[in-house]
Write a protein that binds this ligand. Sequence first.
Ligand code: SAM
Length: 204
Amino acid sequence: MGLYSEQVLPRLTDRMLGNRAFEKVRKEAVAGLAGDVVEIGFGSGLNVPLLPPEVTGLWAVEPSGVARRIAEKRVSASPVPFHEAGLDGARLDAPDARFDAALSTMTLCTIPDVTTALQELRRVLKPGAIFHFAEHGRAPDERVLRLQNRCNGFQHRVAGGCNLNRDITALVTGAGFEIEAVRNFYLKGPKAWGYMYVGRARNP
Ligand SMILES: C[S@@+](CC[C@H](N)C(=O)[O-])C[C@H]1O[C@@H](n2cnc3c(N)ncnc32)[C@H](O)[C@@H]1O
C-alpha cells in the first residue's frame, strides 16, 4: 500500500463521510440494532456514537490500521463493548450463527470479493437476524449510470477500490438475504456518487 492509500485516504474518508448528510443516513441504518453486532468496513468508527443502547457488543472488521486508530476516541467514549474482529469481510473469524445483527455503511462498494463477504455475513448471523446497510451504488437513471461506468476506474484508483456502479440490492439478495425494506434516493451533490440504498435484509 502506498502512502496515499495507507495514510491519507483513511483521514480523508473520515472527513468526507463524517458530515451531517451521512450522519442522517447512519442514524437510519443503525436504528433497531440490538444484541451482538458485527460491522464490516468499520472504518474510523463513525457509526459508534450512534449505536442504540440495545447493542450489547460491537465486533469490527477493518483492514486499515490508520482508520482503526482514528476510531479509538469514538470507541473509548462509547458504552458499547468493542472487539476487533479481523481485517477482511470476506474471511470472518467467527463461528457460525454467532451474531444477532450486522451493519455495513459505505463499504459494499469497496470490498473486492463482496459476494463472499455477504455470504460470510450470512454464515455468522443467526437465522432470522437482520443485516442493516446504508450504501451508495448503481443508479437507475441511464445518464447517471453512464457517468458511473465512465468514472468507475478513476474512482477505484483514488478511493481505495470503491466502485460507483454496484447494484447493492442485487448483491444482497444474490447472497441469499431477503430484503425487508430498502429506501433508494440521491444524496445532495453529484448524482453518480450519491445514489443510496438504505435498508435491512433478513438472514433466512
Ligand atoms: C468508504 S470506507 C467506509 C467506512 C465506514 N464504514 C463508514 O461508513 O465511515 C470503506 C471501508 O471499507 C474498508 N474495507 C476495504 N476492504 C475491506 C475488506 N476486504 N473487508 C472489510 N472492510 C474493507 C476500508 O478500509 C474502509 O474503511
